[in-house]
Design a protein around this ligand. Structure first.
Ligand code: F6R
Length: 609
């Protein structure tokens, strides 16, 4: 949801600002812009679309200046054209913003009545207008900043430069993350540590409500009431995360292929690979034995991982699980009690709705746990217990390896919970953990064998406009995930359903133009799912059957294609069956020629509601 960056430097900054934006492009790619101060004058270059458009512009019209701010946009207010691209300028003030100024409409009316003319359709321009008006009224820069912060409401990470001060960036945070980085005679600002990785590994995260005055030699940080505060400096590992695509065409493909490796990292953290037990530190982080229930909240793919987790916690630990998408959860006014614990699942650890749900549960006195990929994220920092998924940076906007690592962590936690509640005994624990540890090998085998078939099938699938996914048990959330993956990167309309729900409505859609992808390992639901497949076949539906060797042998139904995976234990089936689903979406999108890693309208980190 927009990335911002700033440098107060010793040398020209424009090129380095663009370099930092490149690492923030996952946050949005509707437009980009950079502003500097040179000889006391603000200058900017902005371009619609991806960053390379801005790079082209800067190549023909370079920008001088040793101080600057820059922005990559995910449009919320106003279409993604050059006029609405940040930085916004008003009378010697330049602003970049990530978030939403919720009271912008009232402020705009008030400023317009006072004579202001607005150039853009954005909410952000009110920030520049408020600052400029205060300056015209004679206020100093800090005073103007404080006055502006008192007037705006909503979510923001802001960076501001003033033409009459070429040695200071002002920044503020309320919601979206913001990090200050320290160099030698230079100071940096960025939406995350990865943006700043080439410049420094020494950073400070601003806390919600903080604002900062950043100079070449460091930063002064103030809280919401204007009191000077000391926020800790930390050494980040972000530099280790400088990633490229390796031999792969897209980050998504690389991340699909990384799954056996990253899952083995996650497993090494959560289970003792020799004794085949869940590590005690993991099971002790939450007192599962005394819990009456568990609440899970997350968005998108992370929510679907949580939905699979619900099946596991209920089955293995007899722990009732309440789960909802975070955008609903946070406003439902759910009665909560302190004998429940709450888990929040988020790759980025910054998703605004998930963070708000966490705060809601925290205020209700629940013990909170974060299942996150980014350990330094806000959700991780504000949770009582952190369960890192150890997937490494996920750059492709469509989540793949984070999903299966989230599942690995949730499966380990469910076993830990079952053990703590006296339901899983030593033999069963050893058996389940052994099954988990087989995953990397089995997944490598699947990745090495199914791609040619999936590629051929994807060519076929790319001809259709609508696709249905069906599954039962943990294959039902997987059906939802399959549909989400396909639609977000290929733009083919896809829906997932619980197979048993088919006859309650969606069956009306079945005809020869609607392929139906059925996910059915040979588990205790298999026969029932096959009956639902019969119903599809009887109505002329074309079936793509994703099953295992036992399932393929047992079903005699004609299919458009059958993808046969090895027989695997029930607890690891969701992770192993994720692979054909991900590859099918990936290759279909490649055939259709879409932008696989940066699909239209999406962003990797959703820091607005
Ligand atoms: C889909 C996808 C999204 C995210 C969702 C939550 O492929 O990646 O649905 O899962 O935006 O993001 P995080 O996990 O960062 O909270």
């Amino acid at each position: 949801m927009c990335g911002i960056v700033g440098i107060v430097g010793k040398e020209p900054v424009a090129e380095r600002l663009v370099d930092a934006l490149r690492r923030l492009e996952y946050r949005g790619y509707d437009s980009a812009g950079v502003a500097t101060i040179h000889d006391g004058v603000l200058k900017r270059r902005r371009a619609e679309g991806k960053l390379f458009n801005l790079e082209k512009k800067l190549a023909s019209e370079p920008l001088a200046g040793n101080i600057g701010i820059a922005h990559t946009r995910w449009a919320t207010h106003g279409i993604p054209n050059e006029t609405n691209a940040h930085p916004h300028f008003v009378d010697g003030v330049a602003v970049v913003h990530n978030g939403i100024i919720e009271n912008f409409s009232e402020l705009k009316d008030e400023l317009s009545a006072d004579g202001a003319t607005f150039e853009t359709q954005t909410d952000t321009e009110v920030v520049a207008q408020l600052l400029a008006r205060s300056r015209r009224a004679g206020m100093g820069r800090r005073e103007a900043m404080l006055a502006m912060l008192k007037q705006v409401t909503g979510a923001y990470a802001l960076a501001v430069i003033f033409a009459d001060d070429p040695s200071t960036i002002m920044a503020a945070r309320s919601g979206p993350p913001l990090a200050i980085g320290y160099g030698r005679g230079e100071t940096y600002l960025g939406s995350d540590a990865i943006a700043l990785a080439p410049f420094t590994n020494e950073i400070t995260y601003l806390v919600d409500g903080d604002w900062a005055v950043i100079g070449r030699d460091g930063a002064f940080i103030f809280d919401h009431d204007g009191n000077a505060v000391d926020r800790p400096r930390q050494i980040t590992q972000a530099a280790a995360y400088m990633v490229d695509k390796g031999n792969h065409r897209h980050f998504m493909e690389k991340e699909i292929y990384e799954q056996p490796e990253v899952i083995s990292h996650a497993l090494a953290h959560y289970v003792d690979l020799g004794a085949h037990t869940v590590r005690t530190a993991v099971s002790d982080a939450i007192d599962f034995a005394s819990l009456r229930g568990l609440t899970i909240s997350a968005c998108g793919t992370a929510y679907l991982a949580g939905l699979i987790g619900k099946y596991w916690f209920e089955r293995y630990a007899r722990l009732p699980v309440e789960i909802d998408v975070a955008s609903e959860f946070r406003y439902r006014e759910i009665p909560l009690s302190t004998d429940q614990a709450a888990l929040f699942i988020s790759q980025s650890g910054e998703t605004a709705d998930t963070l708000a749900s966490l705060r809601y549960c925290h205020d209700a006195g629940l013990k909170t746990g974060a299942v996150v990929n980014v350990r330094e994220s806000t959700i991780a920092r504000e949770s009582d217990a952190v369960f890192p998924i150890l997937a490494g940076p996920e750059i492709g906007v469509a989540s793949t390896k984070a999903f299966t690592c989230q599942l690995t962590v949730l499966a380990s936690l469910a076993i830990a919970a079952g053990k703590a509640r006296g339901l899983i005994h030593a033999d069963e624990e050893r058996q389940l953990v052994r099954q988990l540890t087989e995953m990397p090998r089995l997944m490598s085998g699947v990745l090495n064998s199914i791609e040619p078939q999936i590629e051929a099938l994807s060519r076929e699938l790319s001809k259709y406009k609508d696709v249905l996914y069906l599954g039962r048990g943990t294959s039902y959330p997987l059906a939802l995930e399959g549909a989400l993956k396909l639609k977000e990167i290929s733009y083919i309309h896809a829906e997932g359903y619980a197979a048993g729900e088919l006859k309650h409505g969606p069956i009306a859609l079945i005809d020869e133009n609607m392929p139906v992808i059925v996910i059915a390992p040979h588990d205790r639901f298999f026969e029932k799912t096959v009956s639902n497949m019969q119903e599809v076949a009887a109505r002329g539906g074309k079936i793509i059957f994703i099953t295992d060797e036992r399932g393929a042998a047992a079903s005699k139904l004609p299919t458009m294609a059958t993808i046969t995976l090895p027989n695997v234990a029930e607890i690891i089936a969701p992770m192993v069956f994720s692979l054909p689903i991900q590859l099918l979406a990936y290759h279909t999108a490649v055939f259709m020629g879409t932008d696989v890693d940066q699909p239209r309208n999406l962003a990797k980190s959703v820091t607005v509601e």
